[in-house]
Design a protein around this ligand. Sequence first.
Ligand SMILES: [Zn+2]
Length: 339
Amino acid sequence: MHTELSYPHPATPELGQVTTVAPGVHWLRMPLPFALDHINLWLIDDAENQVALVDTGFASPQVQAAWREALRLRLPSRLIVTHFHPDHFGLADWLMREWNIELWMSHSEFLTGHAVWNEIAGYQLSASLALYRAHGLDEERLEAITVRGNAYRRGAPQLPERFHRLHDGDEVVIGGRTWQVITGWGHSPEHVSLYCAAQKLLISGDILLPRISTNVSVWTVSPEDDPLADYLRSLTRLEALPEDTLVLPSHGLPFVGLHARIAQLRAHHEERLAVLEAALDAPKTAAEVITTLFSRTLDTHQLVFALGESLAHLNHLVALARVERLRHPDGRWRFVRIA
Ligand SMILES: [Zn+2]
């Protein structure tokens, strides 16, 4: 087994330009207004000189202009979306209208996007604030989250109202080549990765990234979930793919070495769990352990993910019976190591 990752395409494409990473598969890179400043999108040659699009980018005039440039010489045949997050799904409605194409994605991702957009079904801001308060976030930071409002709608101003459903195991034929749908969990409810066995290519979406670890968060709608267990199970499924698979991730560079990367990610989460467990010699809230897991200063956007990520690790320790969750008389949840 290789222990190092290799990056066969180290030069990133310019805005609106594409780099071909395998026969008939092209890489498009779009800007993101966050610390994570870019997303990779993929164009796959389809029938009649058209291209199937995978993911959309975060809504902005700059991204729309880059799409127009990229699609000047090639027409899109259809849109496939890996998951509902705004950098992946945000311009779906616009692309569908502008080029008269249809959308393929999983059922849970489609509906979750609508729930978050509309702030219903457990995705209300008030529900999030109540959860974050119960997990120890102070009023000043709760206020900053309130002021921020519905961040999802900024990246996804309008959502489509119809789609074609993708299921785990589906085979999607694009330009004569078969791509297998592999669903994954923990980052989002029913994330779609696409694997082409003939070309040994994996469009991994956000499930497998070369440098950063995928965000795995607890959300208000299911506060006692164990999304880290879900995520680790998703990695196990990708581990069945061949060693020389070229992984096309949503962030960072295309890479070879998925087994080494999966081993690194497992070790990373094991280490995070051990650090957290060690810190819980006395009862602490999830907000109190954020600094145990994240040493850097966090803006409001990062804070929400960091709290969700802390809770994911805490809930996993609870599921493993290494940590106990206690409700204190002040209404706050605290976690403590089981001696
Ligand atoms: Zn994502």
